[in-house]
Design a binder for this molecule. Structure first.
Ligand code: UDP
Ligand code: MG
Length: 178
């Protein structure tokens, strides 16, 4: 029988891009939303408040949005994202893409479960939004896949804007080695 290699490979932490969209700033709930990611024990490694240029918003909401929902929805989304300040953040953690998407909840707030960000802070339905020709203002964006996260982190942050640090609480929640 072959000798087992006892040395375990450490699983790397993942990074995700989170945007608090202009409606989150309008509603004055950015601190409440942000604190949820701290409470779950994830680590913020990048953060900025800015008004997005149209070009930046277009690189964030790319062609696949138009393929999925039509050009009009993408145009409305870009208009929405550039309509006021946004907070762009990068958070690091264990399976953080899945964890954050779970915390964010369904794209359509009427379907988002209580306890999720979209379920707790909004309730608009897809049907209502489309019948009234408005976008679905659902407060927050979070990367859906590792590829999406890589592209989106690159859209909003330069590498040197991402901070390497070890807050005390992540010693317990991430169990990082020194
Ligand atoms: N959206 C919209 N109308 C639609 C579908 C989507 O306004 O009929 C917006 C909504 O704000 C959503 C964004 O488009 O957050 C991106 O859509 P996606 O399917 O990627 O949803 P998410 O990943 O944000 O849940
Ligand atoms: Mg998405």
């Amino acid at each position: 029988m072959k000798k087992q290699n006892k040395k375990q490979t450490r699983v790397k932490l993942e990074r995700t891009l989170i945007l608090l969209k202009p409606d989150a700033l309008d509603r004055g709930v950015t601190g409440e939303i942000l604190s949820r990611f701290e409470k779950v024990g994830a680590k913020m490694v990048g953060m900025k408040l800015l008004v997005s240029k149209k070009d930046t918003a277009g690189r964030h909401y790319r062609g696949d949005i138009a393929e999925r929902y039509g050009k009009k929805v993408r145009d409305n989304l870009i208009k929405m994202l550039t309509s006021g300040p946004v907070i762009a953040m990068v958070w690091e953690g264990i399976d953080i893409l899945t964890v954050v998407r779970k915390m964010v909840g369904s794209t359509y707030p009427s379907l988002a479960l209580p306890g999720t960000i979209r379920g707790d802070y909004a309730h608009i339905s897809k049907e209502y939004a489309n019948a009234n020709n408005v976008g679905i203002f659902n407060l927050i964006h979070a990367s859906a896949t590792p590829d999406e996260a890589r592209i989106e982190i690159d859209v909003w942050f330069k590498p040197e804007e991402l901070i390497k640090h070890k807050p005390l609480y992540t010693h317990y929640t991430l169990r990082e080695e020194d």
